[in-house]
Design a protein around this ligand. Structure first.
Ligand code: PRP
Length: 188
């Protein structure tokens, strides 16, 4: 695996800078706090990409809230694109029955991950189940997803940073940037 020596050198363009991301998250937090006023919510984050987003979003919400974490992985390749099969690597650690659940995602791409998760979580009988995503890439959608809160709609570009990875790296960047094509086209 290639390890970059300078993360910034691999970024072609900053799509969303730190200030813009943080300002939008404050707006989302205010909106969610108003929509759920008087209730408590459970944020369910889907690891690993959503980690920074959930950490910032939860601190922008003024309501009592619980968090829980899931980790899923797709089976990969063409099989996933056609079947939408998802494997649960880490399940919820608390019951969400009777809870107001808000799924917190970093990006919706094909929609297959959330399509599976929505069905899975609905089976656990929450009072409500809504979706909040920082990024939406509608150009790649294969299944329709009812998104309740969207941070930014982005074009079909290879983005990294603020949780999003390439080869598990770049997640620690404070912004969302477009990866230079030569990085992911590079031979091992
Ligand atoms: C990303 C992202 C979503 C999913 C979206 O996760 O966090 O969960 O892909 O893609 P989809 O709409 O096409 O299903 P990824 O599998 O890259 O794992 P990660 O969060 O650990 O990086």
């Amino acid at each position: 695996m290639r390890t970059p020596t300078d993360l910034m050198a691999d970024i072609g363009e900053v799509l969303l800078d730190e200030d813009r991301i943080q300002a939008r998250i404050r707006e989302l937090g205010a909106q969610i706090s108003a929509d759920y006023a008087g209730r408590r919510i459970t944020l369910v984050s889907v690891l690993k990409g959503s980690l920074p987003f959930m950490a910032d979003l939860m601190r922008s919400i003024t309501l009592p809230l619980r968090i829980d974490l899931m980790e899923v992985s797709s089976y990969g390749g063409a099989t996933t694109e056609s079947s939408g099969l998802v494997r649960i690597l880490k399940d919820l650690s608390t019951s969400i029955e009777g809870e107001e659940v808000l799924i917190c995602e970093d990006i919706i791409d094909t929609g297959l991950t959330l399509n599976y998760l929505i069905r899975y979580l609905k089976g656990k009988r929450p009072t409500s189940l809504r979706i909040c995503t920082l990024l939406d890439k509608p150009a790649r959608r294969l299944v329709e997803i009812p998104v309740d809160y969207t941070g930014f709609t982005i074009p079909d570009q290879f983005v990294v940073g603020y949780g999003l990875d390439y080869d598990e790296l770049y997640r620690n960047l404070r912004f969302v940037g477009v990866l230079k094509p030569e990085v992911y086209a590079a031979p091992e």
